[in-house]
Design a binder for this molecule. Structure first.
Ligand SMILES: C[S@@+](CC[C@H](N)C(=O)[O-])C[C@H]1O[C@@H](n2cnc3c(N)ncnc32)[C@H](O)[C@@H]1O
Length: 254
């Protein structure tokens, strides 16, 4: 059922309210996301060129990625989100504080998580992120890039959190994954069984998908079916308008 109060006006997406709502603490959902990223990036070559598609105002996926990429490109649809990321990269005093996420990622990596190691990882992220781009999943060429295909593409809560229409969701995922080179890796998190999601007093659309929808779509889009791995966790608070989170990795057929 579609919530009638859902907005399609992205200009009212409040980056700070979003960060407060979903990233103010490391609950079970965020711990599961960080653990997924650490596990799936572990075998990625440090020579990879990685794209975070639809990263929003968030940096958490760059923390583990910085250890496994020569270069990271970051994109989002909204300039206001890109500004938040840019503020953090520039060390702006009002930028969102990702320290707890960095510390937790280092613990999950079984690495040293002292203050100096946290600062070291912050510096690594700042060095690895070489491009901040505008992206639109509705376009067959979603970003302007000279990279012919990314080695690794990370996309968290983007395609299914940008529409309530399942056909449009399929189109978004097709366009996003077209940026991956043959043999390249997709690392994606999605909402599961969602109707919408709240940001402050506003409600944004989400498509209601389950694991089988993702599996079928990725096979359709040319991912090697033997490489598709899907996992899920339940939502960590009853106020959420979704049942849980789905985590998927897959390799695009060569
Ligand atoms: C729920 S947020 C996810 C942000 C972040 N990846 C995270 O994990 O928290 C959904 C994101 O989708 C982006 N978005 C909305 N429409 C889009 C489109 N047509 N193409 C690409 N991204 C879009 C929004 O700007 C927003 O940052």
């Amino acid at each position: 059922m579609i919530d009638l109060s859902v907005t399609r006006d992205w200009s009212i997406f409040n980056a700070q309210a979003y960060l407060q709502e979903y990233y103010a603490d490391i609950g079970a959902e965020n711990l599961a996301i960080l653990d997924f990223l650490v596990r799936t990036l572990r075998d990625v070559s440090p020579e990879s060129v990685l794209l975070d598609f639809g990263g929003g105002p968030t940096l958490y996926s760059l923390i583990a990625s910085a250890n496994h990429a020569r270069e990271i490109h970051f994109c989002d649809y909204l300039d206001s989100n890109l500004e938040q990321v840019q503020m953090w990269l520039e060390g702006h005093p009002q930028a969102f504080d990702w320290t707890a996420f960095i510390e937790t990622t280092l613990i999950l990596e079984e690495a040293d998580c002292s203050k100096s190691s946290i600062v070291l990882r912050e510096n690594e992220i700042r060095q690895r992120v070489t491009r901040i781009l505008h992206g639109d999943a509705n376009l067959s060429r979603p970003i302007q890039t000279d990279v012919s295909g990314y080695d690794v593409l990370v996309s968290n809560f983007c395609a299914e959190s940008a529409t309530e229409d399942i056909e449009q969701w399929r189109k978004f995922v097709r366009n996003i994954t077209s940026l991956i080179k043959p043999g390249g890796k997709l690392i994606m998190s999605t909402l599961k069984g969602a109707t919408s999601y709240g940001v402050g007093n506003d409600v944004f659309p989400a498509v209601n998908i389950m694991e089988a929808d993702l599996n079928d779509l990725l096979i359709n889009l040319g991912f090697d079916r033997t490489t598709i791995e899907i996992d899920s966790v339940p939502a960590d608070r009853p106020s959420r308008h979704y049942q849980g989170l789905i985590f998927v990795t897959a390799i695009k057929a060569a």
